[in-house]
Design a protein around this ligand. Structure first.
Ligand code: KIV
Ligand code: ZN
Length: 387
């Protein structure tokens, strides 16, 4: 049966944990409106207890968006939850996100709490939050480094206390797709209420697998994906939501899932985040990088000219990017050079290319990209040879 996948955007919270990034309230409001238009289901606007500014930003976002659910983050503490209640008071749709760490290293070194104490904190905080929020999302921080049997107890405790969304954070980007799939299969067997709640994942990119891990989770029972635009976030960042959206779109056959993302708005939201974070998008970044739809080698360019499906699994138009380009360089072939010359208005035939192409190659060997000005010079040389 086709699954509905929810997108939970944490660009404004975990994304803001990127070193050097600090959104103003006005920027958060504008970004939230654009994220709503992009089609995300839930916006995590900040951590209300963290600062007056974050509280005000969550409150402003809560009032600015109308269709999308707004959430704030809270530790498993009454004060954090009260701050979330107040910050989201005017939201049309809201939820709360409560978390506590559950792995041995976090319990022992950071929280100085026993397993039983953590379970009690979960029970108390989730049931307290549930008095104010119909939807309580609970996250066992560092879930993937938590003992699996204990993790299942943690999750059942949160569900019994009123959580209807369980988020599994791979807080330090430790897992891999195969292992994450096994964890989901384990939880499905061991947690009696698994099917009664929404399972979400929140993957970090320390080993470059955040998107792959998220996709593996979708295949194994998760129906909500947390991440950020351009993959910004703490350390190496979070799962890039535009990559998850494109992955679900391109591989509908495999995932059998739908979502509410308006893919055509993807490039625009990526550019806006890049501008506000002052973080350029790497040229080779999947889906939204400047080179994502550019082909340089002769074999690839020849294939693209014969059928775009040879080397593109996604069209630039589908994500709102500029048209495919075939930049000319030393690896380009004569088919692409001839096509470009014709586009520029030259009436060149295949046989002309026998003389033009060596002049082109000579130029290309000494420059990264052969420009239109270079091509005009090449044609002047060619015309002199033939006249
Ligand atoms: O990475 C993490 O574990 C988090 C939690 C607060 C969900 O950001
Ligand atoms: Zn995180």
């Amino acid at each position: 049966m086709t699954k509905q996948i929810q997108f939970f955007d944490t660009t404004l919270r975990d994304g803001e944990q990127t070193i050097g990034v600090n959104f103003s309230i006005e920027q958060k409001v504008e970004l939230a409106k654009q994220l709503e238009a992009w089609g995300v289901d839930c916006i995590e606007a900040g951590f209300p207890i963290a600062s007056k500014g974050d509280f005000e930003a969550v409150s402003a976002v809560a009032q600015a968006v109308k269709k999308t659910c707004v959430t704030g983050l809270a530790r498993a503490r009454k004060g954090d939850i009260d701050a979330c209640v107040a910050a989201t008071a005017k939201a049309a749709h809201k939820q709360i996100h409560v978390f506590i760490a559950t792995s041995p290293v976090h319990r022992e070194s950071k929280l100085h709490m026993s397993k039983e104490q953590v379970l009690k904190a979960i029970k108390d905080s989730v049931s307290y939050a549930h008095q104010f929020f119909e939807i309580v999302e609970f996250s066992p921080e560092d879930a993937t480094r938590t003992e699996y049997d204990y993790l299942c107890k943690v999750i059942q405790t949160a569900i019994d206390a009123g959580a209807s969304v369980i988020n599994i954070p791979d807080t330090v980007g430790y897992t891999n797709p195969a292992e994450f799939a096994e964890l989901f299969q384990y939880m499905q067997k061991k947690i009696p209420s698994f099917a009664e709640v929404t399972f979400s994942v929140h993957c970090h990119d320390d080993l470059g697998m955040a998107v792959a891990n998220s996709m593996a989770a979708i295949k194994n029972g998760a129906t909500r994906i947390e991440g950020t635009v351009n993959g910004i976030g703490e350390r190496a960042g979070n799962a890039a939501l535009e990559e998850v959206a494109a992955g679900l779109y391109v591989r509908k056959d495999y995932y059998d899932a739908v979502d509410r993302i308006d893919l055509k708005k993807t490039k625009a939201i990526s550019e806006l985040i890049s501008r506000y974070t002052k973080m350029p998008v790497p040229h080779n970044k999947a889906v939204v990088g400047a080179n994502a739809f550019a082909h340089e080698s002769g074999i690839h360019q020849d294939g693209m000219l014969k059928s775009p499906q040879t080397y593109e699994i996604l069209t630039p138009e589908s994500v709102g990017a500029a048209k495919t380009t075939l930049p000319l360089g030393k690896l380009s072939g004569s088919h692409a050079v001839m096509t470009k010359l014709r586009q520029m208005g030259y009436s060149v035939e295949r046989e002309d290319m026998q003389q033009i192409f060596p002049i082109f190659k000579n130029k290309a060997d000494h420059t990264a990209i052969v420009s239109e000005t270079d091509l005009r010079e090449i044609m002047e040389k060619f015309e002199k040879v033939v006249s």
